[in-house]
Design a protein around this ligand. Structure first.
Ligand code: ADP
Length: 566
């Protein structure tokens, strides 16, 4: 069976581990929450940054296009007002010089032929270009923005056009005015902007066709990006994720619609560095977690090991206690058997012994006149030996009876027990002229009346028997409270005892004197010890040596002796 202490330790170990797991969960939870907050903060920061950049660039492009739109409006008004062509030509050239992104300024007649432009020489055929066809097919006063187109004049150059229709005095379609905007040059106006390697910007038309991107890539103009083409109309600002067809990198873009032009301005950032940063933050969080968790875990492991050691020690202790209890039980059983044996032996041996004694005495009487002195003495020794043996058997019988038969445990007045013992000893007291004093407040005790009286009788009897020849015996019988119960003492001024012999005194048939000097069998103190121990107490002798008197004390517990013994 496990002692309560061991199960308490087990409970403690369970609590320890549960507590540790809760601690780790809390720490892990806090770190995870911190990590998520940090990720979302960095995500929001990036989002703010790229949408701000997209808005700024959109405003910049808007301003540039507004300039050209105004110019086209002026030109269309001047043509309507029939301004002479040389003046118009000069105006066109002036404008071309001041606007770096302008590749050409064209004036087309109602048949789509260039009637005025900013170059010398024969103008190309452009009547198929949207800056003519769109207006011819829908001649309303509006600005048309073309998709990116390859130049017919400037080889390997891409442009897009802004165009307006021209109407004559009767409001009939009379041609178009066109600003040819070089994509390369327009892109160059944005490159002054500081940008790191991971961010890009791009301009798209509503069909998702790229006008240009920064950093530039060969063939970027005209590339269609499906994610942009799929943005629902009416959207002013949105986010997309797409894989770049130029470098294969995934990018996250903030896309802003220009206020008055059918164009998208996109600012993009690579997703890989963001993922890397997230990964790094996760590693740092994991490191922090390990930093907290490892010592906690080690501490819990150490404490739990110590507790396990305690459990092992407790269990071992319990085992040895169980063994001790078992041994004590066996000892008690074998003692009981021995006592039974002693009782039976001493009882049954007395009968044949009495026969031996009687027949020796009979023989002694019958042969009294026929025997010589030596033989008579031998017969006497044999009879005396048989008597002594009988005495010893009686003593042994008395010893083995202690605790076996007699009165039950009961509450009794200890003083009455002493008085009864004194009554038994009255003749001896008188004969020895012993003075007896009784001191202390005599308590009620729980004991067997006959055994308590026997105990006192043995001790007081010895105090009388072992008196000194040099002084008349003075015996003090006392009682005092003790932390274990009550301490009773019988002190005399008799012959005293050598302290080296104290232990021997209480053993069966152990005597310090010959029978010739003092009568006795050596069982009195053995009986006294057995009685005291059966009452859960202990007994001991005190003396300052031979000639200095002696004192025999015993303690009886205040509680029920059966509880004490068990
Ligand atoms: P018995 O008196 O029959 O010899 P006990 O067991 O009573 O047996 O005593 C054992 C021995 O202890 C005695 O032989 C004696 O030597 C010693 N003894 C007992 N009581 C006293 C005493 N009051 N003073 C001196 N010696 C004592």
């Amino acid at each position: 069976m496990i002692k309560p202490a061991a199960s308490a330790y087990r409970h403690l170990i369970r609590l320890l581990w549960v507590g540790m797991v809760i601690c780790l969960l809390v720490i892990g939870g806090l770190l995870l929450r911190g990590l998520m907050l940090e990720n979302s903060r960095s995500h929001q920061d990036t989002e703010k940054l790229i949408s701000k950049a997209a808005e700024l660039n959109a405003a910049l492009l808007e301003r540039t296009l507004n300039d050209h739109s105004r110019l086209l409006k002026n030109l269309s008004d001047l043509i309507r007002a029939e301004t002479p062509r040389p003046i118009l030509s000069r105006l066109l050239r002036n404008e071309l010089e001041t606007q770096p992104e302008l590749m050409d300024l064209l004036i087309l007649n109602k048949d789509g032929q260039i009637v005025n432009w900013t170059h010398d020489g024969q103008p190309p055929e452009v009547s198929d270009r949207p800056y003519y066809t769109e207006h011819r097919d829908n001649p309303t006063d509006r600005l048309v923005l073309s998709p990116p187109l390859a130049s017919k004049v400037h080889t390997n150059q891409f442009f897009f056009s802004l165009s307006r229709p021209v109407f004559d005095a009767e409001n009939a379609f009379a041609g178009t005015v066109v600003a040819i905007i070089s994509i390369d040059r327009l892109a160059a106006t944005f490159t002054v902007e500081q940008r790191d390697a991971t961010t890009t910007m791009a301009v798209y038309d509503m069909a998702g066709r790229m006008l240009f991107r920064l950093p530039r890539m060969p063939g970027d103009s005209g590339t269609v990006i499906a994610e942009i083409a799929n943005i629902p109309s009416g959207t002013t600002q949105t986010r997309t994720i797409n894989i770049s067809p130029f470098d294969g990198k995934e990018r996250w873009s903030s896309v802003t619609h220009l206020a008055t032009y059918p164009l998208w301005m996109a600012e993009s950032v690579e997703t890989q560095p963001m993922t890397d940063a997230r990964y790094q933050r996760a590693i740092v969080a994991l490191g922090l977690f390990m930093l907290f968790a490892t010592p906690l875990f080690l501490l819990a492991l150490k404490v739990s090991r110590q507790l396990h050691q305690q459990i092992r020690a407790e269990t071992a202790l319990q085992k040895s206690q169980d063994i001790l209890i078992k041994q004590a039980d066996e000892l008690a059983r074998s003692n009981a058997e021995l006592e039974q044996f002693a009782y039976v032996a001493s009882h049954d041996l007395r009968q044949p012994l009495r026969m031996v004694k009687s027949y020796v005495q009979l023989l002694e009487r019958r042969l009294a006149d026929k025997l010589d002195d030596d033989t008579r003495q031998m017969m006497h020794f044999a009879a005396d030996g048989a008597s002594r043996m009988d005495q010893m058997l009686i003593s042994l019988l008395e010893y083995s009876r202690v605790g076996r038969k007699g009165e039950p445990l009961a509450r009794l007045s200890s003083r009455e027990g002493v008085d009864e013992a004194l009554r038994f000893l009255n003749p001896a007291i008188h004969e020895a002229h012993a003075s007896i004093s009784i001191t202390g407040t005599w308590p009620e005790i729980i004991a067997r009346r006959d055994e308590f009286t026997r105990l006192m009788q043995n001790l007081i009897g010895n105090a009388i028997k072992y008196r000194s020849n040099e002084r008349s015996p003075e015996i003090e019988i006392s009682v005092a409270p003790d932390k274990l119960g009550w301490r009773f003492c019988v002190a005399d001024n008799g012959i005293g005892i050598d302290p080296a012999q104290f232990e021997r005194l209480f053993r069966v048939f152990q005597r310090l004197h010959t029978r010739e000097k003092y009568e006795g069998t050596g069982i009195g103190l053995a009986v006294a010890r057995k009685i005291v121990e059966h009452h859960g107490g202990r007994i001991w002798a005190e003396s300052e040596g031979e000639g200095h008197g002696s004192r025999f004390c015993f303690i009886l517990p205040a509680r029920n002796p059966e509880q004490v013994i068990s």
